[in-house]
Design a protein around this ligand. Structure first.
Ligand code: GLU
Length: 434
């Protein structure tokens, strides 16, 4: 029997990383097994599942290149079928009518009154729950609309789903769903519940902890492949020490026995590092396109003051961690009228002796015979020795020339900027020093 899995989101206008991680796991499993990955839009909450919300969801899948193998199924189109199954369950005595809360009759599914319910989660192992802890539950509301549990199970049957991989928060539902499968007389799929994504305090990761929706990561300049790679490692590991992996490598390595049961900590530093690695390896043309777009959006010029754009991007690309850093980190390459990062100024310029140092260095730069990386290194080293280390010169000069604390290798940067500009910037920054 070949694998058929699905991603079954309820569109709400934003796609949480926990949800998209479920999609990624299902996608990888299907690709590894040579099975099918399907999309079912659980759009029964008509107030939240607006056309825009569905569009956002589809865009997000497209952005992460999560292609599905059959046309998307829209749950709201299956209402008739859900109600037929509910009727059937009622006829067979598995469900009954009840006027809960006096608001008209709904259809209620009967859960076993005693004993123990259990199932084998393919990753977590045997799961158990006392029947008395799970009550009968509504499957059709008094307004005639089917409830999530019923729709979810009936659609999984109709789509011939073999494995359901979803978040831990559904474990309790799974006990209910398995009773539904039994009553309907259908073989249930296998279940895998993925560990929660948590913050540093071990609490469920939410939007209060930072970016939580796929759209925000996109906006902040994370690459889809980096986010994909990072999310796979939240609850799964390849079994060796690889972290950066291509899609093909992930497909090849993705087996369920490597899924983890412990909570997965969301580590933004790791994602940022990973993103930097992906940016460094991006084809220059792609990086350039995004670079120019970000500069334009910030209303900044993108014609370098010195050298051509490619020479300027050579040292910039491998040091860019997210696209959103680009304007503030690079503006000094495009205009002499760049802002100074306040923290960098306080730490590196507002210090005794820095004013004299910058003036002295400007003098030295001006008069040295060859303005080359080697010669600059010598001069800076020499001056550094009298000040207890090269850093005492490197940091103030860098802030003077770029306005920021980090960037390309300093000697490379100085040569790129050119003697005249370097001297002028050192002298200008000297005025802000001390
Ligand atoms: N719509 C449900 C959710 O997004 C479906 C869960 C599932 O069965 O995968 O949580």
């Amino acid at each position: 029997m070949s694998v058929r899995v699905r991603f079954a989101p309820s569109p709400t206008g934003n796609v949480h990383i926990g949800n998209i991680r479920a999609a990624i796991f299902n996608w990888l499993f299907a690709r590894h097994e040579g099975g099918k990955f399907l999309l079912r839009v659980e759009d029964t909450d008509l107030e939240r599942s607006t056309p825009e919300a569905i569009e956002t969801l589809l865009e997000c899948m497209d952005w992460l290149k999560l292609d599905y193998d059959e046309p998307a199924v829209y749950q709201s189109k299956n209402t008739q079928r859900h109600l037929e199954v509910a009727d059937e369950l009622e006829k067979k005595g598995f469900a009954y009518r009840d006027s809960r809360g006096g608001e008209g009759e709904c259809v209620v599914f009967r859960m076993p009154a005693e004993g123990e319910l259990e199932f084998d989660d393919l990753v977590k192992g045997r799961m158990r729950k006392k029947a008395k802890d799970l009550q009968d539950f509504v499957i059709v509301r008094s307004d005639g609309s089917p409830v999530f549990h019923l729709a979810n199970v009936v659609d999984d049957i109709d789509m011939r789903i073999t494995h359901v991989m979803r978040g831990d928060d559904h474990v309790e539902n799974t006990f209910k769903h398995l009773e539904l499968f039994r009553a309907i007389g259908s073989k249930a799929p296998e279940y895998v519940h993925l560990p929660m994504i948590v913050n540093n305090q071990g609490k469920p990761y939410s939007k209060r902890d930072g970016a939580a929706f796929v759209g925000e990561f996109r906006e902040q300049g994370f690459l889809p492949d980096a986010l994909f790679n990072f999310l796979v490692l939240l609850g799964w590991a390849p079994g060796d020490d690889r972290e950066i992996m291509t899609r093909d490598e992930l497909i090849e390595a993705f087996t369920l026995d490597r899924c983890k049961t412990s909570a997965a900590r969301f580590d933004i530093k790791k994602l940022t590092w990973m993103n930097g690695e992906y940016i460094a390896n991006q084809p220059r043309e792609e990086f350039k396109k995004e670079f120019l777009a970000r500069m334009a959006r910030a209303g900044l010029p993108a014609t370098p003051l010195f050298a051509d754009l490619d020479s300027v991007l050579d040292p910039v690309q491998p040091r860019t961690k997210t696209y959103s850093d680009i304007p503030s980190n690079c503006i000094y390459l495009f205009t002499d009228d760049f802002p100074f990062d306040e923290k960098a100024v306080n730490r590196r310029l507002k210090k005794e002796g820095v004013r004299e140092l910058l003036l002295e260095m400007a003098e030295k730069f001006e008069t040295m015979p060859d303005f080359t990386e080697e010669a600059l290194e010598l001069i800076i080293k020499e001056k550094g020795e009298s000040l207890g280390g090269m850093g005492a010169v490197v940091h103030p000069v860098r802030v003077a020339v770029s306005g920021v604390a980090e960037g390309p290798g300093l000697f490379e940067l100085l040569v790129l900027a050119g003697r005249e500009r370097v001297c002028a910037r050192c002298r200008k920054a000297a005025e802000m020093a001390d």
